[in-house]
Design a protein around this ligand. Structure first.
Ligand SMILES: Cc1cc2nc3c(=O)[nH]c(=O)nc-3n(C[C@H](O)[C@H](O)[C@H](O)COP(=O)(O)OP(=O)(O)OC[C@H]3O[C@@H](n4cnc5c(N)ncnc54)[C@H](O)[C@@H]3O)c2cc1C
Length: 458
């Protein structure tokens, strides 16, 4: 089904593109037909999974947006699952769960499409000895290139290409089959602690040794941080073992519904900043109290962390951005970020109306634009309902983060300039450009967003 020159927005609704053609792809044959018909399907060709990205990687002005509707699970083995690109990460997780297996990484976002997981950045706090980027557990990818060639890639056959493909964002062609590594299901122990930022920084080395995956909530206006710890536990030891199914439901409801609804309600109904932010800060304090005292369990299910957001975003929608920093410098970065937010509010009368979050993610060289290529990183992610001032805040936040030596993600960090991208990824940029040019010499898949970042002409 095709329509003429329409507006396509991302899930949140704040990033728009104006393609000449929008088409659905239900099969590999559909994708081949699109690649081979440039007159009917003008360049750039942009595959879109769920369009949840918070940066403009799905832009296709004047070109063709391909909505990927290939939703079949193709094969399940002892330690792998092979799927088509439109299958949602949550659906794969539920299938695995029914077989007593699980994903290695259970991102909070369930609406991540398999195609996007294979070629775009993701993040979740890393368990000891594991990665935090979903693509790193993808062992095989099938790709349809601009010349109509079908290729199958894995780490053995071509590790260099596989590494570039994992961060190709659709620039190398259409991904039409993905194989994820899987593992047996294991219960998760979860607990929370909150700290004053100074105590957190003073204890950071010890906190990192906790042997748990660390995600955290940041409150720059209260100088507080609340840390979520996750740790796998041994199921074999307990005979009457039963999974706890309420902890993640409560946590996810607070995060995906209550907090954004409150932020939006305050925005729409309270004009006095003092009152508005006092309500938000008091709510956050209450949540921290609840997390510390009630949100802990030894027996949660890993897949329950993953949220199925509504297909069409509603009033509780939120958006965010993020930069990652080498963890060896986080003790400087975090206090500087808190000061940046406080000063920004004083000078510009703007602060985000939701909390900030962050993740500790392991060093990972399995994708070329990995934000943790050289060492473990910790992130700083402002979250908001896109209250007035958000965009300008992100421009200034990008400058702040880039100056501090941060690393962005091209699908999740809005507004990254080519200078900032080049500073972050340095020589890896040239390598990517060479591989991209080789596989797509006519720029069939190159959109303006990436052309600008890569300094290519289209
Ligand atoms: C509310 C919310 C919560 C989020 N939580 C998390 C989180 O917990 N962890 C996390 O990592 N991210 C999170 N994100 C970000 C989101 O997961 C990523 O931006 C992800 O890329 C979105 O997946 P998608 O299927 O919507 O990708 P899209 O936005 O549709 O596409 C992303 C990129 O992949 C390319 N692509 C997609 N499919 C194909 C294909 N078949 N072939 C070639 N290229 C393809 C696209 O062209 C584009 O460049 C969240 C976003 C929102 C809005």
């Amino acid at each position: 089904m095709e329509q003429n020159r329409i507006e396509v927005a991302n899930w949140f609704g704040d990033l728009k593109t104006y393609p000449s053609v929008v088409v659905e792809a239900h099969s590999l044959e559909d994708l081949e037909n699109i690649v081979n018909n440039p007159e009917k399907y003008p360049s750039p060709l942009k595959a879109v999974g769920q369009n949840h990205s918070t940066a403009q990687c799905c832009e296709a002005d004047g070109g063709t947006i391909i909505k990927i509707k290939m939703n079949k699970i193709l094969e399940i083995g002892d330690d792998f699952i092979t799927v088509e690109p439109g299958v949602l990460y949550k659906d794969i997780g539920e299938k695995l769960d029914s077989l007593n297996k699980q994903h290695y990484i259970n991102t909070e976002i369930g609406c991540l499409s398999a195609g996007s997981a294979a070629c775009a950045a993701t993040k979740d706090s890393s368990f000891p000895g594991e990665y935090g980027q979903v693509g790193s557990y993808i062992s095989k990818i099938k790709l349809l290139t601009a010349s109509g060639k079908k290729i199958e890639v894995d780490d053995q056959s071509d590790p260099e290409f596989m590494q570039a493909l994992r961060s190709s964002y659709g620039n190398f062609g259409f991904i039409y089959e993905i194989t994820f590594k899987t593992k047996p299901k294991q219960p998760l122990k979860v607990w929370h602690k909150s700290w004053h930022i100074n105590d957190f920084i003073n204890n950071l080395e010890e906190i990192k040794q906790t042997n748990a995956a660390l995600m955290y909530y940041l409150y720059p206006f209260e100088n507080k941080i609340a840390v979520e710890h996750r740790q796998y536990v041994d199921i074999a030891s307990s005979k009457d073992f039963k999974y706890n199914s309420s902890l993640w439901k409560i946590r996810n409801h607070l995060w995906k519904k209550t907090a954004p609804n409150l932020g939006r309600w305050c925005e729409e109904n309270i004009s006095m900043d003092g009152l508005k932010y006092s309500i938000i800060d008091n709510f956050n304090a209450l949540v921290r109290f609840g997390m510390r005292n009630f949100l802990s369990a030894n027996n949660t299910q890993p897949g329950d962390q993953t949220i199925r957001y509504p297909d069409i975003s509603d009033k509780s929608r939120y958006t965010f951005s993020l930069w990652a920093f080498p963890e060896s410098r986080y003790h400087e970065v975090l206090p500087a970020y808190f000061k940046f937010c406080q000063k920004y509010y004083k000078l510009n009368n703007y602060r985000t109306n939701l909390l900030n979050v962050g993740y500790r993610i392991a060093k990972d060289q399995r994708s070329l634009f990995s934000y943790s290529f050289d060492e473990n990183v910790m992130t700083v992610d402002p979250v908001s309902t896109s209250n007035p001032g958000w965009r300008q805040f992100l421009v200034d936040y990008n400058v702040f983060c880039s100056d501090l030596g941060g690393f962005p993600m091209f699908n999740q960090t809005w507004g990254v300039t080519k200078e900032q991208a080049e500073k972050a990824f340095g020589p890896r940029f040239e390598k990517f450009k060479k591989i991209r040019k080789n596989i797509d010499p006519t720029n069939r898949f190159l959109n303006h967003y990436f052309a600008n970042i890569l300094e290519e002409k289209i």
